[in-house]
Design a protein around this ligand. Structure first.
Ligand code: 7RM
Length: 635
């Protein structure tokens, strides 16, 4: 039996038991047998959640790009590492082999060095989903520079904040980007940000849309000529297992974004191991994650996890709606995608368009479907299962966070029986706990509480860049000796977990704790409803009452709103009980979402509470225009 590749449920339980009874022995074996180390560790794990301090594989030396690229060259050098699918379907896809990737990463790494970037320096990457993004990430890792990828949909202010927080010496960007039918002036956004970033010495500019842009003398350099001149090999910098690999910003409900710091050895081991098992990746498979590399999902499951396993990973530049809503399925058919990983927000957007687009394409290559980012509502789950997976491809509902680096609670497909809306079982090595309000662990099944993790895992973030105290306060102070996730969860009769959402989203109505996810689930089952979000607002009698924001499908538009309100409350009453009925239901053209697809409930709470004087940081909003619309029509 190989602990590296789990294929049955009994095997899962067996390996899980081993991983929690003797974590050090377990992870040592995984690390030893499946990765390339320049020197082995002196100590597998040391930890103290009170400081907090966690070290995995201390004393070990490695370079993660040797694991992602070099070690594959003699066995699968000509295999495609990255398939680049451009925004415009008329433009040809690119297949980059492991050999080619090696050369491209080495050349890029040499350019970084020539530009004065050294081990430990921070490099900000602000690029669209083009090959240069993955290559520049790996080039930083090759020379031990710390990458800080900023999603190329963020504004110049958001970009400047992140550049300054990490005092980046360099920015890597492009002349512009394609997004559906639009082009975006990325370099202009960078120029604006840099009026405020004294730490930046140089800017590398990739050509993508061939527009005429401003190049600042002495600061800005076109990338391609430098790459052409650079040497094709670059000796990897040998890193300590606990050296930082990257910083990635995540925005909390308050305060400035937190620069989560991930280190090298443990992150590599855990992302590779989860990738292998959660997608059941086999040598000939083509894997596609639709996330942007600007998010943790892209870091761990487009770049590092897949490449560490010698996989073929698809990078898609475009959007699901261009040139039409069939684009995802066209790509699945074209590249014969075997594992497809996306977010509930995308699934709902596609479901809203009906099944005609799906029917035009052959999706029979799909073996595993994944979802991540939010609780997936029951209707979306079934739509995905019925129409995309044709009830033959298991859905892995993977719960995890930027902070956790890798998947934490997830089925292992073909081993763990799935259950709609449940992330199911903790992954190997993960020890969850549900806590009550008094800080006590709730044991047993059929319970709900706040989700914590009791024991370190290899890919956990080690600190917040420049603010260790905030790291401690945010994650290790709510409960003694535990990592607090900020999410609520319930555990069913067989020990499956269902994530009910952020605990700030639990609303207490007349003394009853109501999670938003189950209520939204009920509402979304109404045939006219596309999406919904619930928040609480102050109520004289109940303490809080419920306010629902509902967007309708095309088929629901034009229907009488009062009737719809009655029908929605009827469904809620049937499925949850009259206590969860909504006092107010506002029909909206859309819901305010972050650029990673999460509903920004903070804003909806303020509008429901008639407190709109200061909406807080809205720089990460994808669709700021709906906020005004919702405010104008608030009830
Ligand atoms: C990977 C990612 C983290 C937050 C997390 C949850 C929510 C993510 C699921 C989920 C229910 C899931 N990182 N979340 N996955 N909720 N089911 N499968 O999304 O840092 O951007 O967000 O996202 O609230 O705490 S993240």
């Amino acid at each position: 039996m190989s602990n590296y590749h789990i294929k049955h449920l009994e095997e899962y339980y067996q390996v899980y038991r081993k991983s929690v009874q003797n974590p050090e022995v377990f992870w040592e074996e995984i690390a030893e047998e499946h990765f390339m180390w320049r020197k082995k560790w002196d100590n597998v794990l040391s930890w103290d959640f009170t400081k907090p301090e966690v070290k995995w594989f201390e004393g070990a030396k490695l370079n993660i790009t040797e694991n992602c690229i070099d070690r594959h060259l003699h066995i699968r050098g000509d295999k495609t590492a990255i398939i680049f699918e451009p925004n415009n379907p008329e433009e040809e896809a690119q297949h980059i082999s492991y050999h080619e990737l090696h050369e491209k990463v080495c050349r890029f790494a040499n350019v970084l060095k020539e530009q004065g970037i050294q081990k430990g320096d921070r490099v900000c990457i602000y690029l669209p989903m083009i090959p240069e993004l993955a290559i520049s990430v790996l080039a930083c890792a090759r020379i031990g520079a710390i990458h800080s990828v900023v999603f190329a949909g963020f504004s110049s202010t958001a970009l400047a904040t992140r550049i300054n927080d990490a005092t980046c010496k360099m920015v890597i960007t492009s002349d512009g980007s394609y997004r559906g039918a639009k082009t975006i002036d990325l370099k202009g956004i960078v120029d604006e940000a840099l009026t405020d970033c004294p730490c930046v010495e140089s800017v590398l500019v990739a050509k993508r849309i061939n527009t005429d842009i401003h190049m600042e003398q002495g600061r800005d350099h076109w990338l391609q000529p430098l790459l052409d001149e650079a040497y094709i090999d670059c000796v990897p910098e040998i890193m300590n297992a606990e050296d930082p690999l990257f910083i990635l910003y995540t925005s909390g409900s308050t305060g400035k974004p937190k620069g989560m710091v991930h280190t090298t050895g443990g992150y590599m081991v855990y992302t590779a191991y989860t990738f292998k098992n959660v997608f059941q990746y086999k040598e000939e498979d083509v894997y596609w994650c639709t996330a942007d590399i600007g998010w943790i999902t892209g870091h761990s499951y487009i770049v590092y996890g897949p490449l560490c396993n010698g996989a073929t990973t698809v990078m898609f530049e475009g959007v699901p709606s261009y040139p039409d809503f069939g684009r995802f399925w066209e790509i699945v058919e074209k590249h014969k995608v075997n594992q497809f990983y996306t977010a509930p927000t995308a699934i709902r957007a596609l479901a809203k368009e009906g099944v005609e687009h799906l029917e035009k394409h052959d999706l029979s290559s799909i073996k595993v479907l994944g979802t991540v980012g939010e609780p997936i509502n029951e209707e979306a789950w079934h739509w995905y299962d019925d129409n995309v997976g044709k009830r033959k491809a298991p859905i892995v509902d993977t719960w995890w966070q930027t902070e956790t680096g890798g998947m934490m609670i997830t089925p292992i497909p073909y081993a763990t029986p799935t259950k709609p809306t449940y992330a199911t079982l903790p992954f190997i090595g993960i020890q969850p706990a549900l806590m009550d309000e008094n800080g006590k662990e709730i044991k047993g099944n059929q319970v709900d509480g706040r989700l914590c993790i009791k024991f370190p895992w290899p890919s956990m973030a080690r600190t917040i860049w420049g603010n260790h105290q905030r790291y401690k306060d945010t994650y290790f102070s709510a409960y003694e000796n535990k990592y607090f996730t900020g999410d609520g969860a319930l555990r069913d009769e067989v020990g499956y977990y269902r994530i009910t959402g952020r605990v700030d989203d639990v609303i207490i109505v007349s003394g009853h704790n109501l999670g938003t996810a189950p209520i939204e689930d009920a509402i979304n089952e109404h045939p006219a409803v596309a999406e919904s979000a619930i928040v609480g607002f102050p109520h004289d009698v109940k303490g809080n009452a419920l306010y629902g924001y509902v967007t309708l499908k095309e088929t629901g538009e034009g229907r009488n709103h009062d009737n719809l309100r009655k029908e929605i409350n009827q469904i809620i009453t049937e499925q949850i009980g009259p206590i969860a009925k909504l006092d107010k239901i506002q029909f909206t053209s859309g819901l305010p979402k972050t650029r990673s697809g999460k509903i920004m409930r903070r804003i909806l709470r303020k509008i429901a509470g008639k407190d709109t004087s200061n909406l807080g940081d809205t720089s990460t909003l994808l669709n700021p225009e709906v906020v005004q619309d919702i405010m104008d029509n608030a009830l």
